[in-house]
Design a protein around this ligand. Structure first.
Ligand SMILES: Nc1ncnc2c1ncn2[C@@H]1O[C@H](COP(=O)(O)OP(=O)(O)OP(=O)(O)O)[C@@H](O)[C@H]1O
Length: 264
């Protein structure tokens, strides 16, 4: 489904600020697999997601989504294949538009967009029903401006929007990190439902080792632009948070002094 071959990303190449963010990342992710991605600050997690969405230019390597070689595709061309939710609840939606208008844009992602995004009557009914399932009372607020919603409500709508139009990959970049624990929990449960019900292929970056092991099917650990651990199956099932932390420390070559941050 996703075939990444030796992905290499270098920022500011040939300058004193040169930064080799991905160093030959090779990974095959089958359809319907949910991968959690961990690693220390600057390990290359977001850059890997950016390489998949087309926002980070590859210096070398090859990327296939399905049977399509998208290596040279710009981000807008990949929009029909790749959906994304960011850490910042403000990033995925337009606060000046209503919930309905935001959702209309999401429905038409990757296709032609009119100047005034509008929902048809049946689309409105479907979205009302999907919003109702969030249990946040948003089904009665379709015509409220997005800017009126709380961070957690916005993130729930962003997640729903990301999964509205057909796509091949869902990218989640620490999408619960800016939320309070209760709201984060709600968003994670929604994430789980949307991914599993939709049989989606997903990559989720998290700083929580607990989340990384508890959710999804596979865990990748990045360090200095390389995949240093790739856990799945029985090996992953037998892994503990402590074991993962020990591996994390070993890779960094130091003892972690703030386990709480990583345990999440
Ligand atoms: N647009 C950019 N220009 C220059 N350097 C960049 C750019 N984006 C990322 N980098 C650098 O590439 C490296 C990898 O960054 P990346 O954001 O992928 O790390 P990360 O694992 O997501 O880290 P964090 O957990 O802190 O978000 C870092 O050294 C970062 O400073």
């Amino acid at each position: 489904m996703i075939t990444a071959e030796a992905l290499d990303v270098v920022f500011n190449a040939g300058t004193p600020l040169e930064n080799h963010a991905l160093r030959g990342v090779t990974v095959d992710i089958p359809e319907g697999q949910w991968v959690t991605v961990i690693g220390s600050n600057g390990a290359g997690k977001s850059t890997l997601l950016n390489a998949l969405s087309g926002e980070a230019r590859l210096r070398s390597g090859r990327l296939l989504i399905g049977h399509e070689d998208v290596t040279r595709w710009p981000p807008h061309k990949r929009a029909s294949l790749v959906a994304r939710v960011f850490q910042d609840p403000l990033a995925g939606t337009c606060e000046r538009l209503t919930i309905a208008e935001n959702m209309a844009l999401a429905l038409r992602r990757g296709g032609l967009r009119g100047l005034r995004p509008a929902l048809s009557r049946p689309e409105r009914a479907t979205l009302r029903e999907r919003l109702a399932r969030l249990g946040l009372g948003l089904e009665n607020r379709l015509d409220d401006r997005m800017g009126l919603l709380s961070g957690g409500q916005r993130q729930a709508v962003s997640l729903l929007m990301a999964t509205l139009a057909p796509m091949r990959i869902l990218l989640l970049d620490e999408h619960t990190a800016a939320l309070d624990p209760r709201t984060a929990d709600l968003i994670l449960r929604l994430t789980q439902t949307l991914i599993r019900e939709g049989g989606l292929t997903a990559l989720m970056v998290t700083h929580s080792m607990r989340q990384a092991l508890a959710l999804g099917d596979r865990t990748l650990m990045l360090h200095e632009g390389r995949v240093v651990l790739d856990l799945m199956g029985s090996e992953r099932a037998g892994m503990t948070v402590e074991g993962l932390l020990a591996e994390f420390s070993r890779q960094r070559g130091e003892e972690l002094d703030d386990d709480a941050l990583l345990l999440g």
